[in-house]
Design a protein around this ligand. Sequence first.
Ligand code: PRX
Length: 664
Amino acid sequence: MAETSAAISSMLVENRVFEPHPALVAQARVSGMDAYRALCAEAEADFEGFWARRARELLHWHKPFTQVLDESNKPFYKWFQDGELNASYNCLDRHMGTPVENKTAIIFEADDGAVTRVTYKEVLARVSRFANALKSLGVKKGDRVVIYMPMTIEGIVAMQACARIGATHSVVFGGFSAGALKDRIQDAGAVAVITANFQMRGGKELPLKSIVDEAIGMGGCESVRHVVVFQRTATACNMVAGRDVWMHELLAGQSDECPPEVVGAEHPLFILYTSGSTGKPKGVQHSTGGYLLWAKQTMLWTFDLKDSDVFWCTADIGWITGHTYVAYGPLAAGATQIVFEGVPTYPNAGRFWQMIERHGCTIFYTAPTAIRSLIKASDTDEKVHPKNWNLSTLRILGSVGEPINPEAWMWYYKHVGGERCPIVDTFWQTETGGHMITPLPGATPLVPGSCTLPLPGIFAAIVDEQGNDMPNGQGGILVVKKPWPSMIRTIWGDPERFKKSYFPEELKGYYLAGDGAVRSEDRGYFRITGRIDDVLNVSGHRMGTMEIESALVAKTDLVAEAAVVGRPDDLTGEAIVAFVVLKRPLPQGEEAKQIANELRNWVAKEIGPIAKPKDIRFGENLPKTRSGKIMRRLLRAIARGEAITQDVSTLENPHILEQLARNN
Ligand code: PRX
């Protein structure tokens, strides 16, 4: 890393520290930093024992394991290999005969506000019935099943039912296009697809089943024998005779008892596709035992889960967050959770706050993008500001998926958490299965914009390109030095790509996260500086695009959101292009030039002249996937003035591409 990078980082040093509230510390599972350090020391002194104890304590093993970690074929690590268990049993059956049996498992709020509650006992019955239904179609252990479903109880039941019979599910986000769905069905070799006729989002009925038809119609999906269709709305959809079956018809007459299929700890619980920096999406394969252990343990540690909590993770089951912190973790931990079908801005941008009040939510876990868009909405419309609702039940807030800029952090902390709730800024990835670096609510002093410290048992570090440790204060490559139970096992069907992508030879066998990070000089806190593939090189100086964005967004009177990408430049190698959403109407002509100048100078002031964007484009919004991720590849193409050849069908707002392509 160039020296400049360190200099830039140090200019962005965040000095505010928020100590955990003593009342929260007193009752926390990990109470205070000494307790945290003791757990870390335990993992250091007796690595395998540390994990074995947790695996025995937290999971039910039909056959106990005798071996903890098998490193004989690195990096294809195996955990608890000879142990046998079932994930669905651990999430449901295990609670029967305990007070959790009749506890509400899911509070489901539909797009239109209708609420359905189901207890653990009811979820078990529904999962068992569905598992029997899948068996009646001939789906068996080891088969792959693609789930293309809206956020519904049925979606979670479908995942759990697959787990119950040992089928490996692959959930595809309902916002993906037919082509993307086809690629995933084909790569996984799925024998069945579970879908719905339509999904409801923001008052609109959007098709799912017809997209499945289109995907299968593209060819290459001959492995699919059955399509199970959940009737979400009354609107008719095409049904292919002999292949398609209505879920309610299939379930009719099925027994609500289904003995779980006990599988080996390494049995693939699921495959989840995620984008790499190159090539087609990768099928990240997760295990059963190690994955579930960490899903449950992090529920207890990161969210300090109590029996009385009402947990709400807003992520869709199509993403890893919706797997670990909707479909598996909360159930394994016996939590009551809110599941939301709709979007945060419908019927207005107060929806989240209204739902927190309505359901007495105590732990709220969402993404910075959502927070930023709600800040923007409440800046323009007082009526949707969180102050209009009673949010006093909240005790812990969480953030996930991207770096949270200190300004958004402060707003979240103040206006949502009432300066009372710690924010756990959880850094992790599809590949890591669960949280890696995060504050613990009853222990870690918080610094806005920092994910703070690795969880006990996670040996995260920052290294240079040869895998040597970097001193605090100097940016580098984020790695994890030791394996952990919930790590990716392989890329489905492509073990070589797995080795190359995540365990490159030059990095001493460490897991490569693909992110840059820096640890603070004072506390050794981690701050993620953005994907390494998003790092720019301007005149030989490296800069995290996120740092520039953070600086732009810090111009709070003007900027709502910003995204920065690189563009080849004859003179400087790469030039910085910033796409900016202003907190005012789209500027034109002279006004645009003048604001762009103001922002350039602002960035120069915040970071340094080398970070000045060469080009600033304004738009009413940024191109995002339906999951809310900014599509940087698209921005890079616009920045270069290239024609858009990539598929923009998943874009929430395709019209803004034109705005952003305009030069000011
Ligand atoms: O760049 C990091 C960012 O999201 C990437 C992982 O994306 P995905 O596999 O889709 O999983 C998202 C949900 C876990 C990471 O490589 N990221 C995730 N969480 C954070 C983050 N960046 C900064 N801070 C976070 N808390």
